[in-house]
Design a protein. Structure first.
Length: 442
């Protein structure tokens, strides 16, 4: 429920991630946008002006560690409180203790992990103590606090967004773990920078996962004399990734996503699923793949099948919510759908045509007739004069010109006859015919 005592208790029997938990900001990896020199959170910590806050970010980015560093830096009593195992009774018990400490001039930092798991009543129990200053509340959540934390409590907290660690930051952390005495610095370990980068890629931004994988790799490494040698085969065995491992920022990364995209475009679901599996089993971020599939849904399918975008976005959300390995089936469903459904690049072509004109004619004025006229002066200048509200007309159509004069009559979208797009083509032809006929009557 709650844990008190010394902040940095370490034993050799603890996991590597626990032994290497940063003791100060200098040892902390990542979050340069918040903790770099002169950045806002670093200034608040160094100037001892910390107030209640929420740390929002994915697992393994240092939310708990940062709260402990703040407590140590500000000489506050640190209480680790779990939203999973604690109720209102435990909250009140801790709050009363914090109130006593406040009277004696001692700060109390209450760290609440997974604060989004608290219900409204439990979150409300913190409010009076936060307002009174009895506690400095630091909540950690992997969920959007706008939806998961009560508005009254959220308005009294600063929200800091923590980001997944970059591959370079994780690689640096892993090298530190090999060399630091709290890690493996007291034994001879041979592991190349390339393999450290491989582990960093596999961890996907999670420092805890990276350190745990490194620890397993070293414990299962080959003993050669007085040295432990970690090989590529060791890493592949630990991560269950055979020869599929690849650099997510290198050439193979782009080759494989290109193969997936072109297989879907060529309506080859078998090849598309194969390339999908190659990437996922090599440790590729499923969110990256989901973004590319979502782009494909509009770039290569568009109005030939408007459902494609819905399915792609649904797969993206599934990847975001449940992650690997479960989301592999959602991506497979989306990739197969994209492969077999009718194709049209008319939307993409339409945008590229319009983009060319937009860049070439950036200064073209918006026609007065479709300008907004929120003020009297604008109305006097003719803004919105003659505007025709389509819903007021029987056919829901007007002959009003919406393009600048220099582009009047220009056509960007040319629908195909693929799939559902033939309906859009027929409708567009009807609209153009109507406008042509009624323009003559004017």
């Amino acid at each position: 429920m709650l844990e008190q005592g010394t902040i940095f208790e370490k034993t050799d029997s603890e996991p590597l991630a626990a032994r290497l938990r940063p003791r100060n900001l200098e040892e902390f990896y990542g979050q340069k946008h918040l903790l770099g020199e002169g950045k806002v959170l670093r200034r608040l910590i160094e100037e001892d002006k910390v107030s209640s806050m929420i740390f929002w970010g994915p697992p393994g980015v240092g939310k708990t560690t940062l709260a402990r560093i703040i407590a140590n830096r500000t000489k506050a009593k640190f209480i680790d409180f779990s939203a999973v195992t604690s109720g209102i009774k435990e909250i009140k018990q801790v709050m009363e203790e914090a109130e006593k400490n406040r009277r004696f001039g001692e700060k109390t930092i209450l760290f609440v992990d997974e604060i989004h798991r608290f219900n409204k009543a439990q979150q409300d129990a913190f409010l009076p103590y936060v307002e009174r200053g009895s506690i400095i509340l630091i909540g950690a959540t992997t969920e959007n606090p706008s939806f998961e934390v009560n508005g009254a409590l959220l308005s009294r907290c600063k929200v800091f967004v923590l980001q997944a660690l970059k591959t370079e930051e994780l690689t640096e952390l892993l090298r530190h773990a090999v060399e630091d005495e709290r890690g493996f610095g007291r034994q001879k370990v041979e592991i190349s920078d390339d393999l450290l980068a491989t582990i960093a890629n596999f961890a996907n931004g999670d420092a805890r996962s990276a350190l745990s994988t490194l620890e397993m790799a070293i414990l299962n490494g080959d003993l050669e004399g007085n040295a432990t040698v970690v090989t590529k085969e060791t890493i592949e065995q630990i991560t269950s990734k055979k020869s599929l491992l690849y650099d997510k920022t290198g050439e193979e990364h782009y080759n494989l996503i290109s193969a997936l995209h072109k297989s879907m475009r060529n309506s080859d679901p078998d090849a598309a699923v194969y390339w999908l599996a190659r990437m996922l089993e090599a440790g590729e971020d499923p969110i990256y793949i989901a973004r590319r599939v979502t782009r494909f849904a509009s770039e290569d399918i568009g109005l030939a099948d408007p459902r494609a975008l819905e399915i792609a976005v649904a797969a993206f959300e599934a990847c975001r919510l449940i992650g690997m390995p479960e989301c592999s089936v959602h991506l497979t469903e989306a990739v197969i759908y994209m492969s077999v459904t009718p194709k049209s690049n008319a939307c993409d072509v339409a945008y590229m045509r319009a983009k060319e004109d937009a860049l070439r004619m950036l200064a073209e004025p918006v026609p007065l007739v479709i300008r907004n006229a929120p003020t009297k002066l604008m109305k006097e200048l003719g803004y919105g004069k003659g505007y025709e509200y389509a819903h007021d007309f029987e056919d829901k159509l007007t002959t009003m010109q919406c393009l600048p004069d220099s582009l009047a009559g220009k056509e960007y979208y040319t629908p195909t006859e693929e799939g559902s797009e033939i309906r859009f083509k027929t409708r567009l032809e009807e609209i153009k015919a109507w406008k042509k006929e009624h323009s003559k009557k004017k």
